[in-house]
Design a binder for this molecule. Structure first.
Ligand code: D5M
Ligand code: FE
Ligand code: ZN
Length: 663
């Protein structure tokens, strides 16, 4: 067992590990057994496994029990077994139960606890303007504000195929969905899986229909609740409520409208996956339902729906989650769509160019509407239209606020590639210490600084990461970051959201950084979760680190790291920050799907991929901020060219964006 095996196993359990602890485990006679023991004994409050958690004596004493359990569980060795009962055991046990349950037909028809009141469904008037869904044709104005600001590349606007339309005029029968059942659950993905979501190697899992595959075990950490979060000492005027609502008054007020902090309910139970997918489906389908009159899939089985009165084929619509994507031998596409009442196959012919192009961008697990006719044998829908939830064209931006918001991410304090000189120049700018008067004026107009994750580099995030760290202790990294943030003038309200390098659970949604870390930072800093929906004095901003961008780049043709805002645009069309469940993003199934983009924000701020991108899409400003980390060895190998030390500044009055360069 070498170092990277140890790190990988630890990462799989959502911990970080210090290099000393790796060495210690490696040097043992039985590194594998010791590692299993350590993972089964560390408690959930631990973020980084250090040498103090490597208990040789306890391991030696546990030897017999451990072997016994290993023998019983010989089918599935690896890191799931442990000598003592731990949270991971419980979760493993509950998944084994689930596996049995999934094959029992009785569960496949368990009644839904939630009914859809279709009479109260919102009627979103999208009409004809939806037909022209496309990126805002007017290019973003990138201007050099002042002499010492550096312009970035021209913004890129990707044309969006116009494939949406509304045809159906039928009304769905309310009773069908009201008595619907969410009858099964789809497979739980492996945490840190690197498979392409479109690779078709997921077995035929389903959300509401039949499940043929066993859920693989999520890690214990992925589903642990975060450390409790008290906000009382940081000045919000109201306590937290259901969705994390917190208000921070003052000259530059902030309201956290929704984030997971303090509200995680997830312990990885079967029923929670059901609830999670139910919430995702019901909220996204409701958006589409305002535009088409969809039938429950179950009703397609009734012959009367398959033929019009004249006996010809009738066009009908359904809304479902994509549970499978395949190609026929002739190169057509076949989707499996599921809703709470059943599943159905949909064929998209490659002769219909526009439709086929849109179909090739459809991802597993996204919720779409389909219009088409049913074949004579009643088994297949021939699609003529695909409808994504998307954004109405008539979304009005509220009258803006005033002042500026600076958007950054991926600072990576502690990394040997952290560009400290550039960062210090940036801090000087914020302090109003620039050489030029216009820069000082600009600095004086800044009211907010938003950090979208990866504040520090962390430790044990990727194999061999320690080779590129200046600060090996993650807490020391945060102390250093706090030192920097203390330099930021107090009148600037700073909002910090975590990313995959930060010291919180890896599974998303992630809570705010723990109190012990917050304590080092000054009072003008507000810690939020990832994602977080926040209001900055009247301007709504959705902050998301952006880990799903890795998946979107891998699975949507035309989406690239060089134009990260294009990936965010694809999220917006799906009204979901991480459309494909699993793959690189491990998602904790909370009661509410925090990734659904609803309500619509005025700004979406992402990071993670270390490149800069700004686009506008139907009055929503999409900003992917770059990084403060120069190219790492890994990034060199995969040819990822970061855009460091470039800072987008948004004018909250008119949403104009300027980019300042500090490199
Ligand atoms: O990720 C920055 C970007 O680089 C993001 O697209 C993931 C990718 N990345 C960086 N290092 C690795 C390794 N070792 N494996 C896989 N992908 C990687 P960040 O989260 O900021 O490091
Ligand atoms: Fe990063
Ligand atoms: Zn990241």
């Amino acid at each position: 067992m070498d170092k990277s095996d140890i790190i990988r196993a630890v990462m799989g359990k959502e911990y970080q590990i210090s290099p000393e602890a790796v060495e210690l485990i490696k040097s043992s006679d039985s590194p594998e057994g010791l590692l299993k023991y350590v993972l089964s004994t560390v408690n959930d409050s631990v973020i980084v496994i250090g040498i103090e958690h490597v208990d040789f004596e306890g391991f030696a004493a546990s030897g017999r029990t451990s072997k016994l359990i290993n023998a019983q569980n010989g089918k599935n060795p690896g890191f799931e077994t442990s000598a003592e009962k731990s949270p991971s055991d419980e979760i493993q046990a509950s998944f084994l139960k689930k596996e049995e349950i999934l094959y029992r037909p009785s569960v496949l028809s368990s009644p839904s606890s939630r009914s859809h009141d279709l009479s109260s469904e919102p009627d979103i008037p999208l009409e004809a303007d939806i037909l022209n869904s496309a990126s805002d044709p007017a290019p973003e104005s990138f201007q050099n504000l002042v002499s010492d600001s550096i312009p970035v590349q021209d913004p890129v606007f990707q044309p969006v195929p116009d494939t949406q339309s509304i045809v159906s005029s039928e009304k769905v029968s309310a009773s069908c969905l009201a008595s619907s059942s969410l009858s099964s659950i789809k497979a739980v993905p492996q945490v840190f899986s690197s498979q392409s979501p479109q690779a078709g190697n997921r077995s035929a899992s389903s959300f509401f229909g039949q499940v043929n595959s066993l859920p693989s075990s999520p890690s214990n950490r992925a589903f642990s609740t975060e450390p409790s979060f008290s906000i009382s000492d940081r000045g919000p005027s109201s306590g937290s409520t259901d969705e994390g609502y917190r208000h921070y008054p003052g000259k530059n007020p902030v309201t956290v409208i929704s984030d997971i902090t303090g509200h995680s309910t997830c312990i990885g139970e079967y029923v929670q996956f059901v609830q999670y997918f139910r919430d995702r489906y019901s909220r996204l389908s409701e958006i589409i339902r305002g535009r088409i009159n969809a039938r429950p899939i179950e009703s397609l089985k009734r012959r009367s729906f398959r033929r019009g009165r004249d006996g010809g084929s009738e066009e009908i619509s359904i809304i479902g989650m994509v549970s499978d994507v395949n190609s026929t031998t002739n190169g057509h596409k076949i989707f499996s769509l599921e809703d709470p009442t059943g599943s159905f196959s949909v064929l998209i012919r490659n002769t219909d160019n526009e439709l086929f192009e849109l179909a090739s961008k459809i991802l597993l697990d996204e919720v779409i509407g389909v219009t088409g006719s049913i074949t004579n044998d009643g088994n297949l829908m021939l699609a003529t239209k695909l409808i994504q939830p998307d954004v109405p064209n008539n979304v009005q931006r509220r009258t803006g606020s005033h002042g500026k918001a600076v958007l950054i991410s991926d600072v990576h304090v502690g990394s040997s590639q952290f560009m400290e000189d550039a960062w210090l120049d940036f801090l000087d700018f914020l302090k109003g210490e620039s050489d030029s008067e216009p820069m000082r004026e600009l600095a004086a107009s800044i009211r907010y600084l938003v950090v979208a994750g990866d504040l520090v580099d962390g430790i044990g995030i990727y194999p061999d990461q320690e080779m590129e760290l200046d600060i090996l202790d993650v807490y020391a990294q945060y102390r250093k970051a706090a030192e920097y943030f203390r330099e930021i003038p107090e009148h600037i309200r700073v909002i910090i959201s975590p990313g995959n390098h930060d010291a919180v659970r890896q599974a998303e949604p992630q809570p705010a950084l723990p109190e012990s870390i917050q304590a080092d930072f000054p009072q003008n800093i507000i810690f939020v979760g990832n994602p977080a929906f926040v209001d900055l004095d009247g301007v709504s901003i959705l902050i998301y680190h952006g880990r799903s961008i890795d998946d979107l780049v891998a699975s949507i043709p035309g989406v690239s790291y060089q134009e990260p805002a294009g990936a965010v645009l694809e999220m917006v069309k799906r009204r979901h920050l991480a459309p494909t469940y699993g793959s690189r993003v491990s998602i904790s199934p909370e009661k509410k799907d925090y990734f659904v983009i609803d309500p619509l924000p005025e700004i979406i701020h992402t990071g993670h991929v270390h490149t800069l991108g700004v686009q506008r899409y139907k009055n929503i400003l999409l900003v992917n901020s770059g990084t403060w980390q120069a190219q790492t060895e890994f990034q060199k190998r995969v040819n990822l060219m970061p855009v460091p030390a470039r800072v987008p500044i948004v004018d909250l009055a008119d949403f104009d964006v300027k980019i300042l360069g500090f490199d």
